[in-house]
Design a protein around this ligand. Structure first.
Ligand SMILES: *Cc1c(COP(=O)(O)O)cnc(C)c1O
Length: 348
C-alpha cells in the first residue's frame, strides 16, 4: 500500500468543519419507547412523518453483505451524481484545483467541475477507447486532485484494462474515482474488491441501471473508512429519503430478480449486436460491456432525426471526441429493440 495522507487532500474548510448534528444521531430508539420531540416533526403516523435515518443503517447492512465490504466504507447519496458532487466539494478548492477526465466519457464530471469552479484537464482515450496512462500521469500538476475513470465507460461501452487502471491508481498523486455505473453488466470484477490495496481509490455505483431504479435516486460510494468519514461530514443530513431507502431495501432483498433482469438485458444486447451488424449504413458496432451499444453510422445527425420521426429516441454522440457519427442505443425490452431494428431496416 502506498504512502497516502488523506488530510493533505481534503479542503481546509472541510477539514475544520463541524458537521450538522441531528439529535436522532445521538439517541437511538433502542426500546422503541422513546418519545421524540426534538425535530419538529408532525407526530401523526402516516409512514413518512419522521425524518429518515441519516445513516441509512439497514440499507448499508444489506449492501455490506451483498458487496462484501464494511458498512463504514459505504456512503449513500441521492444518485451517484450527488456523490460525485460531494467528492468535488470535499477535495477540490474552487478556482484553484484541477481534475483529469478521459473523454469521451460521462458528461457529469465536467458539469460538476464547472459548477464547483474546478479546472479540467482532458486526456482523450486512445483509438481503442483505453486510457493513455502515461499522458494522464504527465498531465498532473501540483493542483491536480482527482482523476475520473468510468469503467465500463459511457458512451463507449467498453471496460478499461485492469493493468492500465492499476498503474493509474498506483501512480496518480491524487484520488482516483472509478465510476462503475454499469459494472453489473460487465464481465470485469468490481474495483470494490481492491479498496484495501489503494487508499486513494473511490468506487461509485448506482441503483439506476442494472437494479432498475433510476426513479428513486440511490447512488453508492465505496472507499476507505477515512474517505467515507470526510464525505459523511459534508453530506446533507437527510440526503436519502425514506421512500428511497424502503424501495431500495425491497429490491436488494430480491437479488435473483435483479440477476434475471440483467440476464434478459444481456441476452437482448447479444441479439441487438448481431442485428445491428446487418444494417448497411452502420459502419461499425462497438463491443459492449454495458447495457448500451455504440455504433458508427454514415451520418449520425441524419439517422438520429430519421429515428425521431419513427418515434425512437436514441443518443447522438457525434460531437464527442472519437465519436464522430456515433449513436448510442440503450438495450430496451425485446419489443423495443425489435422496433429499433425494424425502424433501422426501413431507413436503408
Ligand atoms: C447513468 C450513469 C450514472 C448514474 O447516475 P445516478 O445519479 O446514480 O443515476 C453514473 N455514472 C455514469 C457513467 C452513468 O452513465
Amino acid at each position: 500500500m502506498k504512502n497516502f495522507n488523506l488530510n493533505t487532500y481534503v479542503r481546509s474548510n472541510v477539514l475544520n468543519l463541524k458537521p450538522y448534528a441531528s439529535a436522532r444521531d445521538e439517541y437511538k430508539d433502542i426500546s422503541g419507547e422513546m418519545v421524540f420531540l426534538d425535530a419538529n416533526e408532525n407526530p401523526f403516523e402516516n409512514g413518512v412523518n419522521r425524518y429518515p435515518d441519516p445513516q441509512q443503517k439497514t440499507l448499508k447492512t444489506r449492501l455490506s453483505l451483498l458487496k462484501q465490504v464494511s458498512e463504514k466504507q459505504i456512503l449513500l447519496g441521492n444518485g451517484s451524481d450527488e456523490i460525485l458532487d460531494l467528492i468535488f466539494r470535499a477535495f477540490c478548492e474552487p478556482n484553484t484545483n484541477q481534475i483529469i477526465t478521459t473523454p469521451p466519457t460521462y458528461g457529469m464530471y465536467e458539469v460538476l467541475a464547472n459548477l464547483n469552479a474546478i479546472a479540467i484537464k482532458k486526456v482523450e482515450l486512445n483509438s481503442l477507447f483505453q486510457p493513455k496512462v502515461d499522458a494522464i500521469l504527465e498531465a498532473q500538476n501540483d493542483q491536480t486532485k482527482l482523476l475520473f475513470l468510468c469503467s465500463p465507460n459511457n458512451p463507449t461501452a467498453n471496460s478499461f484494462n485492469v493493468e492500465s487502471i492499476t498503474t493509474l491508481i498506483s501512480k496518480f498523486k491524487g484520488i482516483v474515482v472509478i465510476d462503475e455505473a454499469y459494472i453489473d453488466f460487465s464481465t470485469e470484477e468490481s474495483w470494490v474488491k481492491k479498496l484495501h490495496e489503494f487508499p486513494n481509490l473511490i468506487v461509485t455505483q448506482t441503483l439506476s441501471k442494472a437494479y432498475g431504479m433510476a426513479g428513486i435516486r440511490l447512488g453508492i460510494c465505496f472507499a476507505s473508512e477515512e474517505i467515507i468519514a470526510v464525505l459523511n461530514k459534508i453530506k446533507p443530513p437527510y440526503n436519502v429519503n425514506e421512500l428511497t431507502q424502503r424501495k431500495a431495501l425491497e429490491r436488494l432483498s430480491q437479488p435473483e430478480k435483479v440477476s434475471e433482469d440483467i440476464q434478459h438485458i444481456l441476452q437482448q444486447r447479444k441479439h441487438l449486436l448481431a442485428e445491428l451488424t446487418a444494417i448497411n449504413f452502420i459502419e461499425f458496432v462497438y463491443p459492449s460491456d454495458a447495457n448500451f451499444i455504440l455504433v458508427k453510422v454514415d451520418d449520425a445527425n441524419t439517422r438520429y432525426f430519421q429515428l425521431i420521426e419513427k418515434g425512437i429516441v436514441v443518443r447522438n454522440r457525434t460531437n464527442q471526441p472519437l465519436c464522430q457519427n456515433c449513436l448510442r442505443f440503450t438495450v430496451g425490452t425485446e419489443r423495443e429493440n425489435n422496433n429499433l431494428i425494424t425502424a433501422l431496416k426501413q431507413l436503408q
